[in-house]
Design a protein around this ligand. Structure first.
Ligand code: WNU
Length: 152
């Protein structure tokens, strides 16, 4: 990410406030800031589509998104939760080496997401065992939720 010093510092302290990244070493966090992209989405815009390949991890910096999924016996994808500032998504496709398992749709204009690509995600998570274990467990729990929900 090319940006001013002030912006870099803003992102640094924002990322520090994200629970997942709370204990990440200083230099790791700075590295993430250096390679961040920022994406902007309007209301109704798809950030992630179920079934597509995905190579990115997202952290919401502004706005709100909803998570929807296609379930057995329903024609329309079903809304399963909403996520807001400081929440993240997109880790499952990266960790499970699978396609995207849900839709993520912006529910506000000017939703802003910090985007981390697969390489940087692996660097962030891979070298930090606790984080890796935590996410792996979370992703397994999501799969169990999917089964209970009768996801196709
Ligand atoms: C759910 N089932 C599935 C959420 C975000 C982060 C964490 C929950 Cl640690 P992806 C689609 C994304 C997926 C998840 C997110 O949607 N998601 C869920 C569920 O019940 N996915 N399959 N709830 S919000 C959420 C926990 O991030 O990652 O790359 O894309 O498959």
């Amino acid at each position: 990410m090319k940006s001013t010093q002030a912006t870099q510092e803003e992102y640094f302290s924002f990322l520090r406030s994200v629970s997942l990244l709370r204990d990440l070493p200083e230099e790791k966090l700075s590295k993430i800031v250096d390679c961040l992209e920022i994406d902007y989405f309007d209301k109704g815009e798809y950030i992630i589509r179920e079934g597509e390949e995905g190579n990115t991890f997202f952290i919401i910096a502004k706005g709100e998104v909803c998570v929807t999924q296609t379930t057995e016996g329903c024609t329309e994808p079903r809304e399963i939760k909403t996520l807001g500032v400081g929440d993240y998504f997109g880790e499952k496709a990266l960790i499970s080496e699978d396609v995207r398992s849900a839709n993520i749709i912006s529910t506000e204009n000017d939703t802003q997401c910090l985007v981390v690509d697969r390489d940087n995600f692996n660097q962030m998570v891979g070298t930090y065992e606790e984080l890796q274990a935590y996410l792996k467990e979370y992703v397994e729990e999501l799969s169990r939720c999917d089964v209970r929900r009768n996801v196709k």
